[in-house]
Write a protein that binds this ligand. Structure first.
Ligand SMILES: [Zn+2]
Length: 54
């Protein structure tokens, strides 16, 4: 079960083992595992966030 708030929007949980990728449009994203429920997570990142995650 994925983490959702009362409005059924995904809530931002800590992501473990994030894998940062950059798509062909220069957009950064990260895939990882939710630290809370263990579900798969995906989110877009700013360049600064991407560089922080490595
Ligand atoms: Zn979760």
């Amino acid at each position: 079960m994925k983490c959702r708030d009362a409005n059924r929007k995904p809530t931002m949980q800590t992501m473990t083992n994030p894998i940062v990728t950059k798509n062909d449009k220069g957009r950064y994203s990260a895939k990882g595992t939710c630290a809370k429920c263990g579900g798969n997570m995906f989110k877009f990142l700013s360049q600064a966030d991407a560089e922080k995650l490595g």
